[in-house]
Ligand binder design. Structure first.
Ligand SMILES: O=C(O)CCC(=O)C(=O)O
Length: 294
């Protein structure tokens, strides 16, 4: 069994993995690579987001890390990819651009099956700014008054593609929005969802993607959603990463959200991202949990 040395960064979530050479671990024999990724997975489930410093992973190894965690996600509809590596999305923000991720979100929750995890690698980082924050939605849930938590229990909320409307409209006007909404779709989730591996309850709505609580009107939805978004904004639930080139972050999309701060308009920022669609270990972990409770 491989043991990793980790340092927790905030009580709510987030830990740095110390003393690991990811490239060496991934190019070692298959057994060693699998044992390392198994250990990374365990830490990910525990801490929700992991940080690794000084990891000059090639695109091949970036993709290999992703495939050892699960099947990779289909190409993202709005990001370019590396010419030789269609699984590596390039998030390239030039000076003066308006980056699209400076709002709290989990990735693609408007899909019926949102991706399990993302692996983001810093390539070009502004001299100051461009940090990313993550929030634990377990922590948000646990901070709520128990009476309010039980009010939320039966509620469901619709997630839709949010600001992806901007790009669709710029490209093709009203029809562009209609087509994008039809192909991206929308999905209804319980506001109190449960992490499939840990079983822990978390608040499943986001600033980017959720506005409408099913069975209510606009006013009531808005008041409840605003209250919960205000809770997510509290630093108590968050951790913040100052990137350096070759820093890698891996997050579990189930039960966490992230926010990329757009405070670097004079500079370029480039990130490479591999999105992992499925959790390769989920079935086994569910079986282990079921066996432990019988
Ligand atoms: O650029 C970042 O720091 C985060 C980008 C993001 O929101 C994403 O990859 O989903």
């Amino acid at each position: 069994m491989t043991e990793l040395q980790v340092e927790r960064w905030s009580p709510a979530l987030g830990a740095e993995v110390l003393d690991l050479d990811l490239a060496a671990a991934l190019t070692a024999d298959a057994e060693m690579a699998a044992a390392t990724v198994e250990a990374i997975y365990d830490e990910l489930i525990e801490h929700q987001v992991l940080f690794f410093r000084d990891q000059p992973l090639t695109p091949e190894l970036h993709v290999r890390l992703g495939t050892l965690l699960g099947d990779l996600a289909p190409r993202h509809h709005s990001y370019a990819t590396l010419p030789e590596h269609a699984d590596v999305a390039v998030l390239d923000w030039q000076p003066g651009d308006r980056p699209d991720a400076s709002e709290w979100h989990s990735d693609m929750t408007f899909r019926e099956k949102p991706p399990f995890a993302s692996i983001l690698k810093a390539v070009i980082i502004p001299p100051v700014g461009g940090d990313t924050l993550w929030a634990s939605m377990y922590s948000v849930y646990e901070s709520l008054d128990p009476g309010f938590r039980s009010d939320l229990e039966g509620m469901q909320i619709c997630h839709d593609p949010g600001q992806f409307r901007n790009g669709a409209y710029a490209a093709a006007g009203n029809q562009g929005i209609t087509d994008m909404m039809a192909s991206a779709g929308s999905a209804v989730w319980p506001i109190v969802s449960h992490h499939p591996v840990t079983g822990r309850p978390y608040i499943n709505l986001s600033e980017s993607n959720s506005r409408w609580i099913m069975g209510t009107g606009a006013g009531e939805s808005q008041r409840i959603v605003n209250y919960l978004l205000d809770a997510i904004n509290r630093p108590d639930h968050q951790v913040r990463l100052r990137w350096k080139p070759d820093t890698i972050a891996i997050w579990d999309n189930r039960g966490s959200q992230h926010y990329a701060v757009a405070d670097y308009s004079a500079y370029r920022r480039v990130m490479h991202r591999v999105a992992v669609d499925t959790d390769r270990r989920l079935e086994q972990r569910l079986a282990d949990r079921a066996a432990a409770t019988t």
